[in-house]
Design a protein around this ligand. Structure first.
Ligand code: HEM
Ligand code: HEM
Length: 131
């Protein structure tokens, strides 16, 4: 498995742990953490744990199941850096209640999703039987 894809899965697990701890901290000591905690928790879990795991497993498994090499390893690596810059900025923006920062992070997160989608679409395009 490509190191980048293993890192995606490992980082996803770390976001899952951190998101769980953030929610538990908020329940145990309300107000212990600053900012908009439900948003931080929800996106650590969904854009962190769930999406990063889908990225790591998807980049590895989907080309292999289809029987074709991933169209662009470089695009997947760009996706890795965009995803891992975007989500921390979104989290920082919610912690600081700075929506402009969430927007910048969100644009990077969305760019990573677009690269993932385009890369997989080009990997699978016109390959195999259509019916
Ligand atoms: C580690 C175990 C988890 C704990 C202790 C936990 C705890 C919580 C708590 C206390 C809230 C309410 C936050 C609030 O409204 O103040 C919440 C909301 C939420 N949780 Fe979790 N959660 C856990 C795991 C997950 C997982 C695995 C996911 C998704 C993959 C998830 C997704 C969400 C979402 C989407 C919300 C709604 C946030 C909002 O109201 O804006 N949570 N969770
Ligand atoms: C492109 C990056 C993203 C941006 C900029 C973003 C931004 C936001 C914002 C601003 C809200 C609050 C909406 C409100 O105030 O009612 C929100 C809610 C939510 N987002 Fe995202 N999001 C992004 C990606 C994702 C992804 C990838 C997922 C799931 C895989 C997700 C799941 C949710 C959920 C479940 C809620 C509702 C829970 C809550 O209010 O916290 N988001 N998102």
């Amino acid at each position: 498995m490509h190191r980048r894809n293993r890192l995606f899965v490992a980082i996803g697990l770390l976001y899952g742990l951190a998101g769980g701890l953030a929610a538990i901290a908020q329940l145990a000591v309300p107000g212990a953490l600053p900012g908009n905690l439900p948003k931080v928790h929800a996106h650590m879990m969904l854009a962190g744990f769930v999406l990063m795991t889908i990225y790591g497993i998807g980049l590895h498994v989907i080309p292999r199941f289809a029987g074709y090499p991933l169209r662009s390893e470089r695009a997947a690596t760009a996706q890795f850096w965009l995803a891992n810059a975007g989500l921390p900025l979104m989290i920082a923006g919610w912690l600081a209640r700075a929506d402009w920062l969430v927007a910048i992070g969100g644009a990077l997160t969305a760019a990573a999703m677009a690269l993932f989608a385009g890369n997989l679409a080009l990997t699978l395009r016109l390959k195999g039987p259509l019916d």
